[in-house]
Ligand binder design. Structure first.
Ligand code: FES
Ligand SMILES: [Fe+2]
Length: 358
């Protein structure tokens, strides 16, 4: 099914105007536009009602009209006030400065001053889909926004799952590197789940399913369990795996587990499955949405929070501060263990180059 914008009722003429608008502002975007990005968690929108957030370097406002999530350019065309400082009234977003009201398609539909003419003005509306506790946003060509292309994530729709958010002061591709090259666990995550030496004994494989789906697979057979699993496994040696899957543009899923020697994965006791949804805020900052399926121990989620916020984030942010804005111009050393991360970079670079050459 294809959808056209925040609302299925957007007409073709409006879509043309929106594309033209986008052409003016986004033709040479450093980000991949035709793709689904997480814009926020549903519970966040339940709480705040209106979210003003920079996504792919554009100010965006998200709210619900008659229960349906809507995303508009967060800039009133009158004096450019952020519409996110306004209010929702009868399904329209009313500017908090002089009261112009905009429908879910972005069209100005009301002026507050008596019978004066409603200005022929509009703001861009973006396709948006709310699914499994997440709000998905499509910054590209509305005609290509297919909700069926939104990836499935284990646990994302689980009412007992947990969600987190981190505002990372680093480019989103540094975060993809971090996730696609988990060898850093041995060094960065010493307070949480690293340091057992599993990765030094493991095998790493990069599996390319398509240009938009790449796996980074770590298989660690006959190793000591990592620290968090010691309570369950003691000193018993285990078969352990950590599988990360990237899907374009920047949505990753993670499956980690371990079993006693001699057993296969299907017999694994509770596994850890996570979603890592990385949405560029600017070229040097990222909305990092993460979630974990429900497991028995709430403290496992607290440990993830420590791992991401106190271990990963400071390292990635320090890397960002230490480099310029062109990764390849820095001539990075390439290691065997970052083969998956490098392949993702090449795929993304290729798609962005093609987009910008159109
Ligand atoms: S700035 Fe929005 S109505 Fe004036
Ligand atoms: Fe990490």
């Amino acid at each position: 099914m294809l959808i056209a914008a925040s609302d299925h009722r957007v007409g073709r003429s409006q879509i043309g105007a929106l594309v033209e608008y986008q052409g003016k502002f986004m033709q040479k975007s450093p980000f991949l536009l035709n793709g689904w990005y997480c814009a926020g968690w549903s519970e966040e929108l339940d709480r705040q009602k209106i979210i003003g957030r920079r996504l792919l370097n554009m100010p965006i406002v998200i709210y619900r009209a008659d229960g349906q999530a809507v995303a508009l350019h967060d800039r009133c065309p009158h004096r450019f006030a952020p519409l996110s400082k306004g209010a929702v009234k009868d399904g329209n977003l009313v500017c908090g400065y002089h009261g112009l009201a905009f429908s879910r398609t972005g069209q100005c539909v009301e002026s507050p001053f008596g019978d004066r003419k409603v200005p022929n003005a509009a703001v861009q509306a973006f396709p948006v889909v709310e699914r499994d506790n997440a709000i998905w946003f499509w910054p590209g060509d509305p005609e290509l926004a297919d909700p069926a292309a939104i990836p499935e994530f284990a646990g994302l729709g689980d009412a007992k799952g947990r969600q987190g958010y981190l505002n990372l002061k680093a480019n989103y591709q540094l975060a993809i590197d971090n996730l696609m090259d988990l060898s850093h666990i041995e060094f960065v995550h010493l307070r949480t789940f690293g340091g057992a030496g599993c990765f030094f004994e493991g095998q790493h494989e990069t599996r390319k399913v398509s240009d938009t789906e790449i796996w980074s697979l770590w298989t660690m057979d006959d190793v000591q369990p990592p620290a968090p699993a010691r309570a369950a496994f003691g000193d018993q040696r285990v078969n352990h795996w950590q599988d990360m899957c990237w899907r374009a543009p920047s949505n990753l899923s993670f499956d980690m587990g371990l079993v006693p020697l001699g057993l296969d994965r299907s017999s694994a006791p509770p596994r850890m499955q996570q979603a890592h949804l990385l949405t560029p805020e600017t070229e040097t900052s990222t909305h990092y949405f993460y979630s974990k399926e429900q497991q028995d121990e709430p403290k496992e989620f607290d440990m993830l929070k420590i791992a991401f916020e106190e271990e990963d984030a400071p390292m990635m942010e320090a890397c960002q501060r230490n480099m310029g804005d062109n990764f390849w111009a820095e001539r990075p050393v390439v290691l065997a263990t970052d083969a998956s991360a490098i392949l993702v970079r090449r795929m993304l670079d290729k798609m962005i180059r093609e987009q910008n050459s159109d």
